[in-house]
Design a protein around this ligand. Structure first.
Ligand code: GH3
Ligand code: MG
Ligand code: MG
Ligand code: MG
Length: 311
């Protein structure tokens, strides 16, 4: 890329590089029956830092997309043997949404009207062959930027701003889905920090915030394979893949002990905190019932003097 020596193009170059870097590690699939076309596109995609896969027809591409969930970009020709580009796009959109896979359709000259059809079937954009390198570059970058923006927006919607944990909205959505497919083999724990108001009173709201961030880190370190969420101000939920509630209780008792021994810090102050935990089996059909049982157990943990786990 040519970068002229002035401030605007310098800033543009920085933007371009940061966009390109987001492609690093991204997988792209080229579906085209022409070996030459595939080679040309491969070279350009590799320049854009993609890891490139190739398919010679629609059917082969479909098989690869089913096997490889990590492919984020599909470039597909229209005219191919066994399954054409339209059929491919239609079939792919049944299991890969626009928030998950970007598709650019391609076709040779003299096939007017194909762009609209490609887009109707679910492609994000269209390129006429032979294309200019610059147009290819711009369209691919723009399509990827849209995909990345959707990923960013989803992340904002699903995560809690302070701690980076999943938020209550995402937690409820996931739990509703999981309860429908059956998670009787799991237990849900609700964790509520003990006497957190006192921490806020003593160290201020920012001090309290810092503790919440440290708690989130402790939770993700301790339950890396579980769905961990911040479901309220100083309330957290952990979905543990453990059928036996006694074993789940033992796991959370260990965590509670570790939590009480942990040295938290607010600026130069060092302090200990405790947490109360209520555990319920996910054996009820709705989230509100599971939550009600976990909440009841949590209430009991508070009533029996806090710093305890009840299940
Ligand atoms: P208990 O042991 O009974 O749970 O006592 P508690 O003081 O923790 O009581 P309660 O659950 O009623 O109070 C929670 C406090 O958490 C109240 C609120 O000011 C504080 N809090 C909620 N969200 C945040 C937050 O985002 N940051 C900070 N710093 N504090 C928060
Ligand atoms: Mg072709
Ligand atoms: Mg609370
Ligand atoms: Mg509390």
């Amino acid at each position: 890329y040519v970068i002229k020596d002035n401030r605007d193009s310098y800033l543009y170059a920085i933007k371009l590089v940061s966009r390109l870097l987001r492609n690093q590690g991204c997988k792209a699939l080229i579906a085209d029956d022409s070996m030459i076309s595939r080679a040309v596109m491969r070279q350009m995609l590799e320049k854009q830092l993609f890891t490139v896969f190739e398919a010679q027809d629609g059917e082969q591409a479909l098989t690869m997309l089913k096997a490889e969930q990590e492919i984020k970009l599909l470039l597909t020709d229209y005219a191919m043997p066994t399954m054409d580009g339209f059929e491919l796009v239609k079939a792919v959109r049944n299991f890969r949404g626009r928030d998950d896979l970007a598709i650019v359709g391609l076709s040779g000259a003299g096939t007017h009207g194909l762009s609209a059809k490609f887009i109707k079937y679910g492609a994000n954009d269209f390129l006429m062959k032979p294309f200019m390198n610059e147009e290819f570059h711009c369209r691919v970058m723009q399509t990827m930027e849209q995909l990345n923006l959707i990923a960013d927006i989803k992340d904002y919607a699903h995560r809690d701003y302070l701690t980076g944990l999943y938020n209550r909205r995402y937690f409820c959505q996931q739990m509703d889905k999981l309860l429908k497919t059956g998670i009787q083999h799991s237990c849900l724990a609700l964790l509520d920090l003990d006497l957190f108001k006192e921490i806020n009173d003593k160290y201020g709201h920012l001090g309290g915030d810092s503790i919440l961030t440290q708690v989130a880190q402790l939770l993700t370190d301790s339950f890396s394979d579980s769905l961990v969420s911040r479901v309220g101000g100083e309330e957290f939920a952990v979905l543990l893949a453990e059928q036996d509630i006694k074993k789940a209780k033992a796991t959370f008792d260990d965590f509670r002990r570790k939590f009480a021994e942990n040295m938290f810090s607010i600026d130069e102050h060092k302090l200990h905190c405790t947490v109360s935990i209520g555990i319920a089996r996910c054996e009820f059909p709705t989230l509100s019932e599971v939550m009600r049982h976990a909440d009841k157990a949590l209430y009991q943990a508070k009533a029996q003097g806090r710093n305890s786990a009840v299940g």
